[in-house]
Design a protein around this ligand. Structure first.
Ligand code: PEP
Ligand code: MN
Length: 338
């Protein structure tokens, strides 16, 4: 249920109500909005609770949350969630641009590409240190050394770092280097991992599983939110269909649909979504046009030589040109893109 407090409610009221929610065996989530504070109570509900909370002098009204995903739902929070971490700002009219290679390949090359993408307009650097690869024989990433290199690239450029964490055992290690913890598509329903990143206070970039419905996607986000971490960025990265011309099928209607259902920001990954570099500029533009709050794009100095995902990776000039188009579209929508 959602407990909506009266405007300018007291801190004591928030404490009193959260304590009572805990006594009832539920979890309180205090959500401070522009006009009002609400407390979302998740967990098993009992009859008669609404009346009890409505009797409190500082409560305006109590409502059930109809959506299966409670904290992620627009019913719980009307204002968009804006996530700001270092150089990256996503949501509320700010389009974040996360760019960089699929994998961290070395210190010199990562710092070089970081400088180049920053110059072109990127606001965060991506790069996998722990790589989820379909084949166990493919390059698995530079692991801990890759994380150190990402930290060095942040020190050199000031760009926020987005990198994947694949297992709960690595959350602490990855969180020491990353500004945003990426949950890969293959791990979208790894509930222990979702809970582990939910226990941190680092923003989480949650990629949609290639076979996940939107409801499953939002319920995965709910696992993170329910641990008290309110900073979740959703990422549409393409789903599996009968189509084989593209690596995945990138369903952009997901973006406006999610914006109706949730306050969480939505970014699009046109690189994995298409698997083909030639399609990435158009799909980036389309993503911005349909309301995406950000893009995550694979970029490399020499895509043909990339250690992973070269076929879907943009060169620096292609990336710069893509952002120029996206910037114009963002401007037409009254949004900012670096
Ligand atoms: C990635 O962004 O590096 C990645 C592996 O993507 P996904 O999890 O969407 O396949
Ligand atoms: Mn990749």
């Amino acid at each position: 249920m959602i407990v909506v407090l009266k405007p300018r409610c007291s801190q004591q009221a928030i404490e009193r109500l959260t304590r009572r929610i805990e006594e009832l065996g539920m979890k309180p989530h205090v959500i401070v909005g522009v006009e009002r504070t609400v407390i979302a109570a998740t967990g098993p509900e009992r009859e008669g609770l609404e009346a009890e909370f409505e009797a409190d002098g500082e409560v305006e009204r109590v409502m059930p949350i109809l959506a299966p995903y409670k904290i992620a739902s627009r019913e719980t929070r009307r204002d968009p969630t804006v996530i700001e971490v270092g150089s990256l700002k996503v949501g509320g009219g700010h389009i974040g641009v996360i760019a960089g290679p699929c994998s961290v390949e070395g210190e010199e090359s990562l710092i070089e590409i970081a400088r180049l993408v920053k110059q072109a307009g990127a606001t965060a650097l991506r790069g996998g240190a722990f790589k989820p690869r379909t084949s166990p024989y493919a390059f698995q990433g530079m692991k801990e050394r890759g994380l150190e290199i990402l930290s060095a690239a942040r020190a050199a450029t000031g760009l926020a770092i987005v990198t994947e964490v694949m297992t709960p055992h690595h959350v602490e290690l990855v969180a020491r280097h990353a500004d945003v913890l990426q949950i890969g598509a293959r791990n979208m329903q790894n509930y222990h991992l979702l809970q582990a990143v939910g226990e941190t206070r680092k923003p989480v970039l949650l990629k949609r599983g290639p076979s996940a419905t939107i409801e499953e996607f939002l319920l995965a986000a709910e696992y993170v939110l329910d641990q008290g971490n309110q900073q979740v960025i959703l990422c549409e990265r393409g789903i599996r269909t009968f189509e084989t011309h593209t690596r995945f099928t990138l369903p952009l209607a997901t973006v406006p649909y999610l914006k109706e259902k949730t306050h969480l920001p939505v970014v699009v990954d046109p690189s994995h979504g298409t698997g083909l570099a030639s399609l990435v500029p158009s799909m980036s533009a389309a993503a911005v046009a349909c309301g995406a709050d950000g893009l995550i794009i694979e970029v490399h100095q020499n895509p043909a030589k990339a250690m992973s995902d070269g076929a879907q990776t943009l060169s620096v000039p292609q990336f710069a040109a893509t952002l120029e188009t996206c910037r114009k579209i963002a401007g037409a929508l009254g949004k900012t893109l670096s």
